[in-house]
Design a protein around this ligand. Structure first.
Ligand code: PLP
Length: 397
């Protein structure tokens, strides 16, 4: 039987999430646990809603963190908005579009798939064809930031299209929120879900979501009850005061993850201090520096330049290099985690995350220096000695 505490190593997290967690958040999470219906805690919940509205750029009253990871945020969007017999247009350009399809089908709906190559953005023209061919569709679902490939899809254009065809929009912003421009109200997004462990840099396990009044009306006028009790927004709203506004009475629904919410609160306070636009700009600057270094080494990006996310950089491993062994060595020798390829990209691609607190100059330099050292020692076909200089110049410029 184990009698010692678990003490994880200190790593630098530059994979597809979780990202580095700032010590301020860890400190916040170590504060005293109080009751989830304690007036002090309820006050914190109200603040949290306001902070999330800031991050999502929305006035939606139903803007809350679901008490479970991003995948539960995804389920909450689908189980509430899709009823048996509904048709949903689902865009697939990576792993997460497949999960959307699963969700629609498990809700008894039909998913009309619009397919794109891995590593490419969703193209509105193709989506419009599907919308025109399926006037019975009630929703359009797509992933704004496809973490499996690093492709950035044009959310504003896709939401405009959906409106024109009278469809609600369901947007996966798990990797987008806090990293790239995102405007829930201005773009008319109806249902959006995110994660805490990507560009918000809080620990995993919570999923910020926001639903428009149009989406809430749809949930309230369902023909069938939501088949998930835990995620039924009609019940969750009573707990988070989603329909009653600040100070309305909270009914017990489940026990909120009290200390996890302290961490998210701190993450969002830090985002406010920095300013959302400044956070977007920082992700872009760090991406430019990392990119300069990777290209100086001779590594190639998977996604075409104008469709690339700054916070998820997928590059091809050089010919003849055992990509898994390189990752293992980075972890072992430099305490650095980068991500593997998924699906079609397994064994061929590295995914280097620059999310939240991980998107900073020292991480860029560590990653380039460590990757170069490991590759050079394996006689990989890369240009040696140029990466950190190129990144340094990009950071200075
Ligand atoms: C990480 C991720 C998810 C799932 O989030 P979990 O917190 O791992 O459940 C969903 N969609 C995208 C695009 C993601 O990157």
């Amino acid at each position: 039987m184990v009698t010692e505490s678990f003490r994880p190593p200190v790593r630098t997290l530059m994979g597809p999430g979780p990202s580095d967690v700032h010590p301020r958040m860890l400190e916040a999470m170590a504060r005293p646990t109080i009751g989830h219906l304690d007036p002090c805690f309820v006050g914190m919940m109200d603040e949290l809603k306001g902070l999330l509205q800031y991050a999502f750029r929305t006035e939606n009253r139903l803007t809350i963190p679901v008490s479970a990871p991003g995948s539960a945020g995804m389920e909450s969007a689908f189980v509430n908005l899709v009823e048996p017999g509904d048709t949903v247009i689902v865009c697939r350009n990576g792993v997460f579009g497949s999960r959307m399809k699963e969700n629609v089908e498990r809700c008894g709906g039909t998913a009309v798939m619009v397919e794109f190559d891995w590593g490419r953005a969703v193209r509105p023209e193709q989506v419009e064809e599907a919308l025109a061919a399926h006037p019975e569709a009630t929703a359009l679902a797509f992933v704004m930031a496809e973490t499996s490939t690093g492709a950035w899809s044009p959310a504003r254009e896709l939401c405009e299209l959906a409106r024109r065809y009278d469809c609600l929009t369901i947007v996966d912003a798990v990797t987008a929120l806090g990293g790239i421009p995102l405007e829930v109200d201005a773009w008319g997004i109806d249902a959006i879900y995110a994660g805490t462990q990507k560009c918000l840099s809080a620990p995993p396990g919570l999923s910020p979501v926001s639903f428009s009044d149009r989406a809430v009306a749809r949930v309230q006028s369902r023909r069938h009850p939501v088949q998930s009790w835990f995620l039924d927004l009609n019940l969750v709203m009573g707990y988070w005061g989603g329909s009653g506004g600040a100070g309305s009475k909270r009914a017990y629904h489940h026990t909120a993850p009290v200390n996890g919410l302290y961490g998210l609160h701190e993450a969002l306070v830090m985002l406010r201090e920095e300013g959302l636009e400044n956070a977007w700009a920082r992700h872009w600057r760090m991406h430019a520096a990392l990119r300069a270094g990777l290209e100086a080494m001779g590594l190639e990006f998977v996604v075409p330049e104008d469709e690339r996310l700054p916070q998820l950089n997928a590059v091809r491993a050089p010919e003849g290099v055992d990509e898994a062994a390189v990752r293992a060595e980075l972890l072992d020798r430099f305490n650095l985690e980068i991500g593997a390829g998924l699906g079609d990209f397994a064994g061929k691609v590295w995914r280097i995350g620059l999310m939240g607190h991980s998107a900073r100059a020292e991480n860029v330099m560590l990653c380039l220096g460590a990757l170069e050292a490991v590759l050079a020692a394996r006689d990989a076909p890369i240009a040696n000695g140029a990466a950190t200089a190129a990144a340094g110049a990009a950071l200075a410029g």
